[in-house]
Write a protein that binds this ligand. Structure first.
Ligand code: SF4
Ligand code: SF4
Length: 496
């Protein structure tokens, strides 16, 4: 089992049962205060590697999430970065979508949908997100993989940590930290690549031309990755993660969680494979402790569901191998519900309880919000116009017997293509609009741009003095030649 990503049950289930507590590194002299102060009950955990169906799922999610995280900023869309949160320009680019500060409602709806999805997954299958997709779990998995490759598996790492400092130990530790820091640095650089064009960042980084904030966030995020995945690990899940604390209100007896079948497993005890354990008064658990040794949070699932359990399924994989070796039925530890365990229901019956009111409510809310979100985005007017009256110059009479009012026009093109706007106004007879420095009613606006242009509106003299409500109309066509139109209320002042 112990040399990398694969595992075998090397503890002979027929022999003397090994102690089932995870190995806890004793604090060295002088470290007691630091360890006690920093983590209270935390001791270093050396999880044993394991293989199995859930391990394969975890690896698949590591690849999937990291492919997305590291790859997305490099993706191009219409000649620019596909996903870019340009805080300086206050524009968020999401593929063909350009969101402005006025679109914050879309981000709020996305956050609500994400929160509801988390509630839904938790109601159905507990901390599924924690075990497979949470960045803390994913980076811990990657960092532990590097650690195993450099220092060896559980026993080798325990021995190395407890041995005195030698050149070999120093070489292994330096190699591990070098690889960890390289990965953390890459992660930090990728992170800031979501907020500044990543292709330019690469050049600026190597020529040391990054701005102070870019340096700060790159170092901060890289340091957080190194610290959380290299050292804090399960302590983040156990002591810092708020989700662990409030998940208990989202689960109920029908939620699928990783559970030890106490009725089947107890009384526990070592035995030979040849012995009829039922006749000897033993349950199916051979008390080999493998389920505890592989647990990344160092808990014993046989003590019942605990809030520290991240639902990773490593203990299931380990126990399945033991059951296999002992030729016992599988599923001594399995994903099932508390109700199924108490009432002795089959997994099939337990699944039939999954569709219950809270699941249906969460699912319906997500569906409604998702449909509203997509519809609203599809119908979103990419053109926004604001008319700002020039307060320094109210209406004045100009040549040709006309009254002229001066305005400034703020035009926002939220689309990904240029727009040619034609301006007009109504509300008074004979209104004529001229924008920019030209005598034209046409304005060109670049893609995803915010443009401020001077504008004059003229009307024939003779109207009643005072302010007259008018409507400014901007018309354009998008790339598919569909009409886009927006109206903006304004006023036209006629002097005495
Ligand atoms: S008890 Fe099992 S599922 Fe829970 S964290 Fe430990 S190994 Fe993962
Ligand atoms: S539950 Fe399974 S893995 Fe855990 S001690 Fe018992 S037999 Fe071993």
């Amino acid at each position: 089992m112990d040399d990398g990503s694969t595992a075998s049950v090397s503890s002979p289930p027929g022999g003397d049962p090994p102690p089932w507590r995870p190995h806890v590194r004793p604090p060295r002299p002088g470290q007691e205060t630091l360890e006690q102060t920093l983590a209270g009950v935390r001791s270093k955990i050396y999880p044993r590697s394991v293989s199995g169906i859930f391990a394969r799922w975890r690896i698949a999610f590591v690849f999937l999430t990291q492919l997305i995280f590291y790859g997305l900023p490099w993706l191009q869309w219409n000649g620019r970065q596909a996903v870019l949160f340009d805080l300086g320009a206050r524009k968020f680019y999401l593929f063909g979508l350009v969101l402005w500060p006025q679109d914050v409602v879309y981000l709020a709806v996305l956050l609500v949908i994400s929160a509801l999805a988390l509630f839904l997954f938790t109601a159905v299958a507990g901390r599924l997100f924690c075990g497979y997709a949470c960045p803390q779990t994913v980076y811990t998995e990657i960092f532990m993989w590097i650690e195993r490759k450099v220092e060896g598996d559980r026993v080798a790492r325990i021995r190395l940590d407890e041995s005195p400092w030698t050149w070999r130990k120093a070489r292994l530790k330096v190699t591990k930290h070098f690889l960890w820091i390289a990965l953390a640095w890459w992660t930090g650089s990728t992170f800031i690549g979501y907020f500044a064009p990543i292709r330019e960042l690469g050049h600026e980084l190597f020529t040391l031309q990054l701005g102070p904030w870019q340096w700060f966030w790159m170092v901060f995020y890289g340091f957080a990755t190194w610290g959380n995945a290299g050292f804090m690990r399960e302590s983040v899940c156990k002591y810092m993660c708020p989700y662990a604390r409030f998940q208990s209100v989202m689960v109920d007896p029908d939620t699928f969680v990783v559970t030890y079948d106490k009725r089947r497993g107890d009384p526990r005890g070592g035995r030979s494979r040849k012995v009829d354990h039922k006749a000897a008064g033993l349950g199916d658990c051979v008390d080999c402790s493998l389920c505890v040794q592989v647990c990344p949070t160092g808990i014993d699932i046989r003590e019942g569901l605990q809030y520290m359990c991240i639902g990773c399924g490593a203990c299931i994989d380990a126990c399945e191998q033991v059951m296999d070796k002992m030729q016992y039925p599988s599923g001594l530890i399995r994903y099932t519900s508390e109700r199924a365990m108490l009432d002795g229901l089959s997994t099939q019956s337990a699944r039939s309880h999954l569709l219950r009111p809270r699941v249906l409510i969460y699912g319906s809310l997500i569906l409604v919000l998702a449909v509203a979100f997509v519809t609203s985005l599809a119908m979103r007017n990419p053109l926004r116009v604001d008319v700002i009256r020039d307060r320094g110059a109210l209406g004045r009479e100009v040549a040709g017997g006309m009254i002229e009012n001066v305005y400034r026009l703020q035009i926002i093109n939220t689309s990904d293509s240029p727009l040619r706007l034609r301006l007009s106004a109504d509300g008074m007879p004979g209104l004529a609009v001229r924008a920019g420095q030209s005598e034209s009613d046409v304005v060109d606006v670049e893609p995803a741009a915010n443009k401020l242009v001077p504008m004059v509106i003229r009307a024939p003299a003779g109207a009643e003095p005072g302010a007259h409500p008018i409507t400014l109309r901007a018309r354009a066509h998008d790339q598919e030649n569909r009409p886009i139109e927006t109206d903006e209320a304004a006023s036209f002042y006629v002097p005495e």
